[in-house]
Design a protein around this ligand. Structure first.
Ligand SMILES: Nc1nc2c(ncn2[C@@H]2O[C@H](COP(=O)(O)OP(=O)(O)OP(=O)(O)O)[C@@H](O)[C@H]2O)c(=O)[nH]1
Ligand SMILES: [Mg+2]
Ligand SMILES: [Zn+2]
Length: 299
């Protein structure tokens, strides 16, 4: 049976790349019955049907699976955050990181639109915030790149970091994901759109997940922007383990399953008191835990 890679999912069709051939497929009914569905990034077996289309018959084993954006077998999540319009939100960044850590994937943080920072006091404040964010996440072991898709700054470095991996973009609408992918791949012209003046946010231009082959090897999936992630819905209950620095410290907590909020002899709380954990990280953790408890009560 022929095999291929699902590079795009759109309107109930799966597009399977098999060498030079791109086959438009439906999924076999059995998947739906089992509550499964093929994902972009899946290696699949397919068969050709009479009308020139195909059917996805079998999904190969997955190394990883991300719910938002929906993709299988990606090994690097590229979290894109613009430094301005929309402005950088560390709360959202931490949220994305929890999701990625939970999926046991590596994360690369890309700060975009550096060229758009104005040369005034407001701009100085933004530049200072960018430096703090870069220092903080680098100290946690994440690679942080500072880029401009329009000026080309950081694009070569980004290309190097992505080479040979199956990468997936995650970020709010309008942060410049499609623009970065266009800058990475010569000749590519993915649609991009102005930010809404009224909302200061993107217009949800990219509507589907699509893997684009990188000239330097590997793939990068362009994805629709999003800014909502619900841990309870995603079944993420060990939020503390998804904060790298907390997880590392937690073996020193007195109680197993310590929530690092009120327990005595908590290594995380001690580190926080000594200023070894960033305030923003701990505050975001608290708010995620609160949100999670409220949602759980409702289910
Ligand atoms: N000044 C500046 N503007 C940028 C840069 N990158 C993207 N933009 C602009 O930001 C807007 C949104 O860019 P897109 O690439 O469409 O953003 P996206 O993340 O793909 O958005 P969705 O597809 O809606 O998720 C467009 O007007 C881009 O021209 C940059 O490096 N500098
Ligand atoms: Mg886009
Ligand atoms: Zn603890």
């Amino acid at each position: 049976m022929p095999e291929g890679l699902i590079t795009k999912a759109l309107s109930g069709y799966y597009y399977v790349q098999d060498g030079e051939r791109l086959v438009q497929c439906r999924a076999r009914g059995i998947f739906k019955k089992r509550g499964e569905s093929p994902l972009v990034g899946d290696r699949v077996e397919y068969s050709l049907t009479d009308n020139g289309e195909g059917t996805v018959d079998r999904i190969g084993p997955r190394h990883s699976e991300l719910v938002r954006p929906p993709i299988a077998n990606a090994d690097l999540a590229v979290l894109v955050f613009s430094v301005i319009r929309p402005e950088l939100s560390l709360a959202l960044l931490d949220k994305f990181l929890v999701h990625v850590e939970h999926a046991r994937m590596d994360a690369l943080i890309v700060l975009s639109k550096m060229d758009r920072i104005p040369e005034d006091e407001e701009g100085d404040r933004i530049r200072a915030d960018v430096e703090v964010a870069r220092g903080l996440y680098a100290s946690l072991g994440y690679k942080v790149l500072i880029t401009s898709a329009h000026k080309g700054d950081g694009v070569d470095e980004l290309r190097g970091a992505l080479a040979g991996h199956i990468n997936v973009f995650a970020g709010q609408s309008g942060v410049g994901k499609s623009s970065l992918l266009n800058a990475l791949v010569p000749g590519l012209t993915l649609e991009t759109n102005e930010i809404s003046d009224k909302l200061g946010r993107g217009k949800h231009t990219t509507r589907h997940v699509e893997l684009v082959a990188l000239p330097s090897g590997g793939y990068l999936a362009d994805t629709p922007g999003f800014s909502q992630l619900d841990f309870a819905e995603l079944g993420i209950d060990q939020i503390g383990d998804c904060f790298r620095e907390f997880k590392e410290l937690s073996s020193g907590c007195k109680f197993r399953g310590c929530t690092h909020i009120h327990e005595p002899s908590c290594a995380v709380l001690e580190a926080k008191e000594q200023g070894k954990i960033a305030d923003s990280r701990y505050q975001n953790y608290l708010s995620f835990m609160k949100e999670w408890k409220e949602k759980r009560r409702r289910y």
